[in-house]
Design a protein around this ligand. Sequence first.
Ligand code: C2E
Ligand code: CA
Ligand code: CA
Ligand code: CA
Length: 281
Amino acid sequence: AKDSGRNTFQYYSRDLTARAVERVQLESSLHRALECGEFLLHYQPQLDLERGTLRGLEALVRWQPPESGLISPVTFIPLAEESGLIIPMGTWVLSEACRQMKAWFDRGLVTAEALISVNLSPKQFDQPDLVALIDRILSATGLAPSQLELEITESTVMRSVAQAGSVLHQLRELGVKVAIDDFGTGYSSLIHLKRLPLTTLKIDKTFVSDIPHDANDTAITRAVIAMAKSLSLEALAEGVETQAQCDFLIREGCPHGQGYLFSRPQNAREIEPFLRDRSRT
Ligand code: C2E
Ligand code: CA
Ligand code: CA
Ligand code: CA
């Protein structure tokens, strides 16, 4: 029994070493990826549910290493966040998303009301020059501040409400919009939400996926839509995959949604036909 215990230990420690090596390798290839321009953005439309018109697009980062498949952000964002690479990578994402949106606007593919939504990780939100950085990117790309929406999670805000509040107020002063992403999965206090200058609540897809048959998720979704309304925030449901979900959301008064029912995230060129189709007012 003693022997097999030691073997087990060796087995796991070797496994841990292998994983540590893998991590270091992945981290260094992430650095190379940034230098060599291997990141790209996919865009997923956000719609006015009732009218079917375009509300905006969420920018979602992808990694395309040479001679390999597209890599999901779920695998590399956590590592980028831990290693600090998220700062330069996030700056690239912000610039590229704003540049692309301005180009679409100039070509008449999106209206002046359409938004580009960009995800901000906790580390990005904490960077001391965030407001100046965004101001610079807006000036450099020429995108109207009112067309940029930043998506932050509940936990990013709730870690330090006082500090988050000050950054959010500066962002709102710039004219930028702010959405709370994955809403319902954290523990936001209503008092805080009410005080912060937010614009949008994004209902997490884990709730949306089980409406209208799961009683709990249906109740939560209903409550979030009502909460958004009473706080004068826009509700946006993510992960809308079926017509039944869409019908339920419309019936409950949720103004906006995004999900595979309308479009998968696609690269800029691939999404353009959708924009041509839905941007007409
Ligand atoms: P998220 O911000 O919650 O993004 C929504 C995710 O749901 C996306 O996954 C999207 O492709 C997926 N999705 C969209 N519609 C549906 C649907 O109808 N059904 C289902 N099941 N899923 C749907 P993706 O692109 O793999 O991104 C995963 C996460 O990675 C994002 O979650 C976000 O937290 C993070 N992420 C993506 N891009 C960036 C970025 O540029 N910066 C940062 N900091 N994080 C990013
Ligand atoms: Ca998001
Ligand atoms: Ca989300
Ligand atoms: Ca669920």
